[in-house]
Every structure is written in C-alpha cells, then in structure tokens.
Ligand binder design. Structure first.
Ligand code: ADP
Length: 461
C-alpha cells in the first residue's frame, strides 16, 4: 500500500480522499492555493503545501507545482479527484514519469475517452450502441456541419470534441438555428478547452441520463456496480442523482451493465470509471461518453452497494486484483444525492460569502460530504459545490422523505444555497412517480428560465 499520497484537489472530494487514506493508514499531503489557506482539506491532511495563487491555472491546474510538491514531500502516489487535472492525460503521464503512482486509469485511456468522436467510433465498432452522429474525427466548419446535420436529421446537438461540464453544447432544431449556434458553441468550446473541434449527435428528447459505475483491475477484470439516474440537470449539468434508476428492470440493467463492461473491456481500461448512456422512453440506450475518474455522484453507488469506491480505487492503483465478482454485487434500497451549491435557488447566480453558522443533518441513512465549517469563507474562484447530501433508505419513497427531512434540517447561514430548489424537486409529483427526463428542471422552472436570459439553450420539445 502507498505510504504517502498527495491529494491534487480541494473541497469535498479532497476530504473524501483524505478520509479513505486515513482508513487505509496512508499519510496525506494537501495542496492549496492562497485562497484556500483556511480550507478544511488543508487542516485535515497530515501535511500541506501552498502551490500558488487563487487562479486555478496557477495552482490546482499547475502540473509542475503539484509534481514538485509531491516529490518534495516524499509522496509515492497522487489522487486527482474530479474536475481540475483528473482527466488530463499529461498529468497522469507526468506523475508516472516522476515515479508517482497516479490513482486512476492510464494516460492513454484518459486521452482516448477525452476525444469524444474517437470514443464514439470505438464504441460503435465494438457493438456498444451510439446515437446517429457526425462521421469522422470532428466538425470544424459550418458547411460540413450542415451536411452532416441533414443526414442525421434535426434536432441535433452540437457538442465539443474535447467537451465536459456541458460546455459548448447547443441544440439546433433546423438549419437556421445551426447556422446561428454552431459558431457560438465553437467559441465557447475554444474558451473552455482550447479547441474548436465539434461533433454532432442526434438530440434525443425525453431521455434519461443513466450511467453505469464500472471498476476494473490491471488484469482486464471489469465489473459494474449498477447505475445512477442523473436526469435532474441544469444546462446539461447534474443537480440531483439517484440509484437505482426507476425505469430499469433487472433485464435492462443487466443488458446496459454488460454494454458498460464491454466498453471498458475493449480498451483495456483500469481503475474506476463511468459509462454514460442516454436511455430512451422505449428502453433503447446509447453511449454518450466515458468519464475516466471518480464522479461527484459516486456516493449513491456506495450507499446501494456498500462498496467504498475511493478505497477500491486506491487498492487497484497499487496493483491489487478486483475483490468482487459481478454476481456478488447486490443493490440494496435507494439512495439520492442532492448537490448543494452556493447559489441563488432561483437565479442560479453564484453566492459566495462567509458561512456564519453550519449545522449538517444527521441520523440513520444520512451522509453529508462537505468542506464547510462555521466562519468559513466560500471562495469565488472555484466551483460553487459546497456540500453533497446523500441519503439511503429501504426504498425510494422513504429515501425522498429522508432527503426532504435532512434538507430542512440543514443549516447554512450567511450564504444562499440551492436547498429550496432541491425541496421543489423532491415535492414534484412527476419526480415522486419516478418520471424523469433530462428536460425535467427546465420544465419545472419556467419563471427562473426567463431570469437566466441566455438559458434558452435546452429547448424542451
Ligand atoms: P459533458 O461531458 O459536457 O457533460 P455529455 O456528453 O456527458 O457532456 O452530456 C451531458 C448531458 O447533455 C447529458 O446528460 C444529456 O442531458 C445531454 N445530452 C448529451 N448528448 C445528448 C443527446 N445526443 N441528446 C440529448 N441530450 C444529450
């Protein structure tokens, strides 16, 4: 096992990793920017080192600083968490070149899956279903996009080849809209990923986002740990996730799970990963992408399977074999995660500030992952995710009641949060019936949509 691990991240995931390391007897090194000198992950780690100013490019994305911190402090491994450098093949490679174990897949798998048109092609070739889409390595000019969109049939979704976080995505319902949105999406992609290469996919209406957690060792053994329904999204970004998905029969779960395992097997993937699918109302499903890291929503899978994914990822990174067989994986009860953001519940504008009073809910089946404490100042520089509330109960109905009770108990004074939005979602009759689609939130808040101005991105059908 590793002796000392550098956590190349901040916030809730840094704390999650430090906790897993403590259980395994691994010492930890936290890195932080000057904006995070009072952050909880810095206090919790055994050692800590400042790696730069607040701007992420100069601190949490600064590969040379992080590598030299790891070497100076004598770490033998690095965990990237999610976001920041977690899907940066160069970082994984730089770690390994410096003799540090990277807790995650090999650099070539990160790069391969980070090139979305290429990942689509590989899946297609190996019998994993994908939606009709543009052919080739990507689309860069409008003329090509128009030809491809006509062949695919409108509506089409314009996506960034190097995409992530829903950035650079636009739905086009006809040629005129494509003409208007294609350059906009390209500019957004260029700003976010430094590349204007786009691709097109048939836009699937009334679909659910259903993803499978997979886990693989270095010896080509792969299993899945069931699914998560992440259909509750805003601007293509997840807000609330649950496991299991209300629409999956055991048969469909098995079919999708096998496709997810195949997707990982065909590339020889190792460590934890997620295969994302869109699930149509008729039960057809399509690969959209693979995330080659731990997900924000990994907690719901942990609750229904009883498996600690972060601990498993550490064990797998040391070269251990998978400790479970597919038939040993059982899903028990229902789990829901509410992502709590420091933002205005209606306008969604970020609301950083000082937390004057923090009380996290507790009780049976209630888990809170947060970096908040009394007097903590939420910095303006980073993702506004401040807490994850995860509940687990014997069935979905009880999980919903438990989530609502816990949200009402949650006290975060001094800043605005989206807790009221979560309560609205959980109170919604369609949500309670389990009728989820990715357009759910845009239909739930027509009033808020007007306030958001440029948000008419996801035009619900
Ligand atoms: P990102 O990597 O930017 O998160 P994804 O490919 O994972 O992009 O898609 C994010 C979300 O966008 C999905 O969960 C889904 O809601 C929506 N989406 C993606 N592709 C399609 C599609 N072809 N049709 C309809 N919705 C889609």
């Amino acid at each position: 096992m590793f002796k000392k691990l550098l956590v190349a991240n901040r916030g809730t995931i840094a704390i999650r990793i430090i906790r897993a390391c403590r259980e395994l007897g691994i010492r930890t090194v936290a890195v932080y920017s000057t904006a995070d000198k009072d952050a909880l992950h810095v206090r919790m780690a055994d050692e800590s080192v400042c790696i730069g100013p607040p701007a992420a490019e100069e601190s949490y994305l600064n590969i040379p600083s992080i590598i030299s911190a790891a070497l100076t402090y004598g770490a033998d491994a690095v965990h990237p968490g999610y976001g920041f450098l977690s899907e940066n093949g160069d970082f994984a490679e730089a770690c390994r070149r410096s003799g540090l174990s990277f807790v995650g897949p090999r650099a070539r798998h990160i790069r391969l899956m980070g090139d979305k048109p290429r990942a689509r092609r590989i899946m297609m070739r190996n019998g994993v279903p994908v939606l009709p889409g543009s052919e080739g390595t990507g689309v860069t000019d409008l003329r090509d996009a128009t030809v491809q969109a006509r062949r695919i049939g409108y509506p089409v979704l314009i996506k960034a080849a190097a995409g992530g976080g829903g950035k650079g995505m636009r739905v086009a319902h006809d040629g005129r809209e494509l003409g208007r949105l294609f350059p906009l999406a390209g500019a957004e992609a260029e700003a976010a990923f430094g590349s204007r290469v786009m691709y097109l996919e048939k836009y699937l209406e009334n679909a659910r986002h259903v993803e499978f957690q997979i886990i693989a060792d270095n010896y080509r053994n792969v299993i899945h740990l069931g699914e998560r329904d992440c259909s509750i999204q805003r601007r293509h970004q997840k807000v609330l996730e649950e496991a299991p998905c209300t629409m999956l029969s055991d048969r469909l779960r098995d079919k999708m799970g096998r496709a997810a395992v195949r997707a990982a097997e065909v590339v020889g993937y190792s460590n934890v990963g997620t295969i994302e699918f869109l699930l149509a109302p008729g039960g057809e499903f399509y690969f959209i992408e693979m995330n080659t890291r731990i997900q924000v929503e990994h907690g719901v899978t942990e609750m229904v399977t009883g498996i600690d994914l972060v601990k498993e990822s550490l064990l797998l990174a040391t070269g251990e074999r998978l400790r479970f067989k597919q038939r040993q994986i059982k899903l028990t009860g229902a789990a829901i995660e509410c992502r709590i953001y420091a933002e205005d519940a209606e306008t969604h504008l970020p609301a950083p500030g000082v937390v004057s009073n923090h009380h996290a809910p507790g009780g049976l089946g209630v888990r809170v992952e947060t970096a908040l404490y009394d007097g903590y100042r939420v910095p303006v520089h980073y993702d506004p995710l401040i807490a994850k509330l995860i509940v687990h109960a014997p069935d979905r109905k009880q999980a919903i009641s438990r989530a609502k009770a816990a949200l009402r108990e949650y006290l975060i004074d001094g800043i605005k949060t989206n807790i009221p939005l979560h309560l609205r979602i959980l109170d919604d009759p369609a949500f309670q019936r389990g009728d989820l689609v990715t357009e759910f939130l845009s239909r739930l808040q027509p009033a808020a949509k007007a306030v958001q101005g440029g948000e008419a991105v996801l035009r619900a059908g």
